[in-house]
Write a protein that binds this ligand. Sequence first.
Ligand code: HEC
Ligand code: HEC
Ligand code: HEC
Ligand code: HEC
Length: 117
Amino acid sequence: MKQRIIATLLAGLMIAPLAQAMDLKQHHTDAGLECQDCHIDANMTIPSNASCLNCHGSLEDLREAVKQPESQYYLDTNPHYSFHYGYGLECSACHSEHQESKLYCNNCHQFDYPEFK
Ligand code: HEC
Ligand code: HEC
Ligand code: HEC
Ligand code: HEC
């Protein structure tokens, strides 16, 4: 009995990070997306921003959607319009579909965006 409880706990621990890793894909799977919705050119390379923007609105809308709480740098830590890059990053620099999303900024900083997927 005791052993089974420990096994269950361990399984839970292993599933949790996996579930997080699949967050973005789960959104897209639930929405019924197919490969070609993102991979708009037939050769299956990393999708360009154009395919994401087909569904997610303009760069300006995306900037507005992720306004950060007011602080000294809040205007500059908007991930969709940043101090260094403006609108200049590829979506896939941060958002992944087939693996865990990783915030590009955190190669150098330690920002936390709780809603990031
Ligand atoms: C065919 C339309 C479509 C395309 C193309 C698409 N998405 Fe989505 N995306 C959706 C839908 C629908 C959802 C789920 C509903 C929602 O949250 O907006 C979603 C959800 C998301 C979310 C989670 C939103 C949240 O609420 O936190 C992110 C992030 C995202 N998409 C990024 C991307 C990126 C990056 C690309 C390009 C690689 C992309 N999407 C391509 C339709 C699309
Ligand atoms: C520098 C990293 C970065 C890049 C590049 C980036 N995003 Fe995001 N994105 C984030 C973070 C962080 C959040 C969550 C921010 C928050 O909710 O406060 C987010 C949130 C989103 C959301 C959910 C918005 C909502 O309504 O809550 C969508 C959709 C999205 N991104 C799509 C895109 C698309 C499309 C691109 C390319 C045009 C893109 N992102 C480029 C980091 C990035
Ligand atoms: C919501 C958008 C989206 C959908 C749907 C999607 N992909 Fe992707 N795909 C991406 C993104 C973004 C990348 C960049 C790497 C990553 O996110 O893991 C990628 C990378 C890839 C790559 C590697 C490309 C390279 O040059 O490194 C392949 C192969 C691929 N996808 C195949 C598929 C197949 C097959 C499907 C359908 C079963 C699919 N993708 C569905 C967004 C998508
Ligand atoms: C290659 C490393 C690197 C990456 C990636 C990076 N930064 Fe920076 N960032 C720096 C350095 C270096 C400074 C200046 C150091 C300092 O003043 O503390 C800085 C400073 C900043 C500042 C402070 C601006 C000011 O007025 O002093 C903000 C805000 C910022 N970065 C946001 C971001 C955001 C948002 C991203 C992702 C979209 C990002 N950074 C990605 C290296 C980076």
